[in-house]
Design a binder for this molecule. Sequence first.
Ligand code: ZN
Ligand code: ZN
Length: 442
Amino acid sequence: MARPKKILIPRDNFNQFDCFNSKERLINIFRKKLGSLADFYGFSKTHTSPFENHRFFSPLTKAGLLDDREFVIHKNKINDFITLRPSSILSALRAYITNKLFDLSHPLKMSVDEECFRANSKEAAGLVVYPDFSLLMFGEANAVAEAEIFQVVWQSVRDLGFPTDKLEVKINSLGCKECRPSYRSTLSAYLRSRLSRLCKNCKKDLKVSPTNIFSCGEEKCKIVAGNAPAVLDFLCEACKKYLRELLEFLDEMSIPYLLDGKFFRDRSLYNKIIWEIWATGTAQPVEEGGDSNIKDYLIGEGGGLSGVFEILSERPLDVFSGTVFVENLERFVFQEKLLLGGNPKPNIFLIQLGELAKRKSFGLMENLRKAGIEVGESLSKDAIKSQLKSAEVAEVALILGQKEALDRTIIVRDTQSGIQETVPQDKLIDFLKRKLEKQNQL
Ligand SMILES: [Zn+2]
Ligand SMILES: [Zn+2]
């Protein structure tokens, strides 16, 4: 077995892995939305072990699909290499294989939402911890598997309020065992005949990964890549049919996509099909006061995993997956200052004045919660000024003072218009429901 060359021991400064307030709230919204859609489409929630035996994944590193240096590895007393969960997909594949789920009824659908760990020497702590949400479907050969996974990822991002014009979908067929070799050899021959026009890296990659030319940023390589043969012209009948069916599904769902025969990724685990969803930043020219740090974010990707599955299990099986990079969703929302659907700010905010009102507030909050009405509060604050400030974001402020607490009434104030009325507390829930209904109709 190939041993990892280096044991990575994180240094310190783990504050960056703590998550608070708005970031945590957003990430939770994403996870909830993804989880509920996955649930609706019948993907069963699966938790995987945070620890993995590195040995299990070494066939993939041997095949050049993974880099040992990216694992967060610990060597235990019996000289085994324990790694922290490297990605939700890899752990899900391992869970399927070692729990011997082959005999269950198929297609088998899994959704996995986990924290994952990657070693990264460029980071201060020597590692990256990130939430990774993936869907997997085992044992379904038809393009419907891929389309369904894509649909859940796409729809959840759309439901969150990401505008379609900020989303870009790239898709390509990578070919299969039958048709890929002829494409590879044609592309390699084409590049060899133009060797003098390639950069150093592309020359070096030519033997192992000739498709790297398509992601090279060098101008001269871009020109060579522009005229290079595209994989789509080399697909066998089965690959063509599969791609056609998948695109028909996407058309049916009105999902805009760019079919790009020169879209490949180095060290990709995917085979058969590869797709990516990008959120594109609204960049304005710096000279017009724009921010030069505006970035595009990769928010989702997917494709076939049958090749990886076969390497790990030595059994053939159709496996497809899609992954959402939850942290990139959060970064993009932050960058673009997007206001998402499912905004966590409550529409209603409770203000209490005086000791009696504060005590009575607990019962009131509980009644509202039971009625399914979300209410913000700042029970720990006493000053009306600071409470009003907190209530500014809400559409309705409920004000409970000493007098109202004694009368069993409450003041309902429209924060926009400033209009307020006094409502008996036992009529409050009906009153608020009617008010919220009216607002939703607007
Ligand atoms: Zn093929
Ligand atoms: Zn190049």
